[in-house]
Design a protein around this ligand. Structure first.
Ligand code: XMP
Length: 514
């Protein structure tokens, strides 16, 4: 099938992945590339349209992220968003400068409904603005098709050349009719067919894998998380018992999680795959002894994971293919796609075993965003409970125990976390919160239990809502639920005498503590 494609060019804006996700939600496939990408490369992809993202620079400043005039002369429709809109004007001879009134937040925009982007949009519509510069003068051939009280060119178009510029952010949900605008660009301007559909993707992937693998042997590292589970099930549908899954229990999983994974993928579960569980808890605790620094701990866990996996692979012998559950944000964030900086080394990216005897890697989810992985999981018939599992980091509880990890601390955080999850579910809040968990701080404090003085650890509870895990807001859990969780933890978890609630947004905090 010829998969039509939109190319998103990333100028370093914080919403770059959101742009791509909105496009895909409109059933059009798209990929993100850095603005440094060679124009020839973009041409050979033969995209139906190009979208320029926002970015932190001023387009007229020396050294600002830029693009050549030729990009607008390919005959391919271009939509510039925020910085992308300003850059389009700047490069094509318009004038951009500091706005007399900066706009930030939800702003009412008046649109020209005769413009292709706004045909089905209300004349007055709320949009998300975030800009210091503005378009002072449009490039020749353009006309303004939207304005706000303080911004005379909130959108502009040159219909003849299929060039469109929007000063606000249609990709952000605060822009109430943003998806309609993106859809209009895709369907009214680029004339896309909309052939990006999950059922077709799953079906095509299975037959492509089957053809590629033939009668070969396949090995997969299964963590029980959503990505590796979906990848494993997809492989098992394609090649059945030719697939062997190795599940390394590093002793840093949530309470009972190892057994839950085994129940689904093990010999008594619904999938016909060869399943090997390695109980490596002690090895990991031994290696982590004395390690206190977050990146050091991540490295130790990542490396040990690979060593254990390699040993198992050696026992299995030569295989033809190794499966990785890489997903699209991993590809973008590891610097292959966009412009974003790496904040933490994710242990499931780039960490490839050195000594596994395999010929080729299969990454069946490499093109998918997380929500798409979940949809693929449902298409494959994986139970909802597993598909909608909250994200859990590869290094597991190792990065939710601040400071040195010990077997005792693992039990404390497992028990506290299990109580927290149980109470959240009982209160019916579990589906409404993006991610929530307990972490063990490295702080001990004085308390009193019965008539005894205690000097025990403090547990921190975190709960956040997030669209893309790049930014997150603190979820407001009712006091009575928090109170119940706190008193249960202090009463039931030995070694813990205090419970704190984390009210830090991301940024500046990250979601995990390390
Ligand atoms: P942070 O802490 O960076 O987390 O705000 C963002 C999201 O990523 C998850 N996370 C990880 N996932 N391997 C993973 O697979 C990792 O090393 C890792 N570190 C953080 C985190 O749970 C959150 O959902």
């Amino acid at each position: 099938m010829n998969r039509e494609k939109i190319v998103v060019i990333d100028f370093g804006g914080q919403y770059n992945q959101l742009v791509a996700r909105r496009v895909r939600e409109c059933n059009v496939y798209c990929e993100i590339y850095s603005y440094r990408t060679n124009l020839e490369q973009i041409k050979t992809m033969n995209p139906k349209g190009i979208i320029l993202t926002g970015g932190p620079d001023s387009c007229y400043a020396p050294g600002a992220a830029s693009c050549g005039r030729e990009l607008f002369e390919l005959g391919i429709p271009v939509l510039g968003l925020c910085y992308g809109a300003q850059l389009m004007m700047h490069v094509l001879g318009g004038r951009v400068g500091p706005a007399p009134v900066r706009e930030y937040g939800k702003i009412e925009v008046t649109v020209d409904k005769s413009a292709k982007l706004f045909g089905d949009v209300s004349e007055k519509t709320i949009c998300w603005m975030s800009h210091n510069d503005y378009i002072e003068e449009m490039a020749s051939g353009f006309r303004a098709v939207a304005r706000t009280k303080d911004c005379p060119v909130a959108a502009a178009q040159c219909e003849e050349k299929n060039l469109y510029a929007i000063q606000f952010h249609p990709e952000v949900l605060h822009t109430q009719e943003g998806t309609k605008m993106i859809r209009n660009f895709l369907y009214e301007v680029c004339h896309c067919e909309g052939n990006w559909k999950m059922d077709a993707f799953v079906e095509n992937s299975i037959s492509a894998i089957r053809e590629k693998v033939g009668s070969g042997k396949v090995l997969c590292a299964l963590s029980g998380g959503v990505d590796s589970s979906v990848a494993a099930v997809m492989l098992s549908k394609a090649v059945g018992e030719q697939l062997t899954c190795v599940f390394v229990d590093h002793g840093l999983l949530r309470k009972n999680e190892g057994d839950e994974v085994e129940a689904v993928f093990g010999p008594d579960g619904p999938y016909k795959l060869n399943f090997i569980r390695v109980n490596a808890q002690e090895r990991f605790y031994e290696k982590l002894k004395g390690a206190r620094e977050p990146e050091q701990k991540r490295k130790i866990i990542g490396e040990e994971f690979i060593r254990v996996f390699e040993e198992e692979a050696k026992k299995i012998g030569a295989v033809d293919f190794l499966v990785q559950g890489t997903i699209y944000p991993d590809v973008v964030e590891s610097g292959l796609g966009g412009e974003s900086a790496v904040i933490k080394s994710h242990h499931n990216v780039g960490g490839l075993p050195d000594y596994v005897d395999f010929k080729e890697i299969i990454e069946p989810l490499r093109d998918l965003f997380k929500d798409e992985v979940r949809r693929a999981g449902l298409e494959l018939g994986i139970p909802e409970k597993l598909v909608y599992r909250q994200p859990f980091p590869g290094p597991g509880l190792g990065i939710r125990i601040i400071g040195e990890v010990t077997a005792e601390k693992v039990v404390m955080v497992q028990e506290a976390d299990a109580i927290y999850r149980e109470e959240i579910a009982k209160a019916g809040l579990d589906k409404g919160i993006g991610q929530y968990f307990a972490a063990l701080t490295n702080m001990r404090s004085v308390g009193v239990m019965g008539d005894e003085r205690t000097y025990d650890y403090a547990v921190a509870l975190r709960a956040v809502n997030t669209v893309d895990f790049m930014t997150a807001e603190v979820a407001e859990i009712p006091w009575d639920v928090l109170g119940k969780v706190a008193s249960r933890i202090v009463n039931e978890v030995s070694g813990v005498s205090r419970v704190l609630y984390d009210v830090t947004q991301k940024p500046p905090g990250t979601i995990e503590f390390e």
